[in-house]
Design a protein around this ligand. Structure first.
Ligand code: CA
Ligand code: CA
Length: 156
């Protein structure tokens, strides 16, 4: 069983290939699967980007407790870290996560084992993608608005 949710974003408001089109979350009994769709995800560093998926697992603590952060150019690092008031903190040791990027279909897929985030009953997300404009400036696109949290999604 999995509870799934899809969250649409405005297309084209960020002038980079990383502009978020939509975010899909499947919360299964084993993992969170987060798929993001973008304007144009590119493998090369010059037009590169990054993504951060903030995960809120505890409604009694302000803000998210974890973040999955990744570069989106080919071969980039990725990892799961603890967060404190939206600040990125220490890496989660032995985190069971994976990243795959589909440069043909402009999609990023993130998998986070539930065991790596304390086996939460429900989660909600905030997602931001950062890309590079033609002039080299960085620009961020949040799902909906800055630090917007989705609704809670249970593990079904
Ligand atoms: Ca967008
Ligand atoms: Ca929280």
């Amino acid at each position: 069983m999995a509870d799934t949710a899809e969250f649409k974003d405005v297309r084209g408001e960020a002038r980079t290939g990383m502009d978020i089109h939509d975010v899909r979350l499947a919360h299964t009994d084993r993992a969170l699967i987060v798929k993001t769709a973008h304007d144009d995800v590119r493998p090369t560093l010059r037009s590169g980007g990054s993504i951060a998926v903030f995960v809120d697992v505890d409604p009694h603590r302000r803000g998210p407790e974890y973040a999955f952060v990744a570069g989106t150019t080919r071969g980039s690092d990725f990892g799961l870290v603890e967060t404190d008031g939206w600040r990125l903190g220490d890496a989660v040791r032995h985190a069971d996560t994976s990243l795959s990027i589909d440069y043909e279909n402009e999609r990023v897929r993130v998998r986070i084992a539930r065991s790596s985030i304390g086996d939460p009953d429900e989660v909600r997300l905030a997602v931001v993608a950062q890309g590079t404009r033609r002039n080299g400036e960085l620009e961020s696109d949040w799902l909906r608005t800055i630090r917007h949290m989705t609704r809670w999604v249970t593990s079904g």
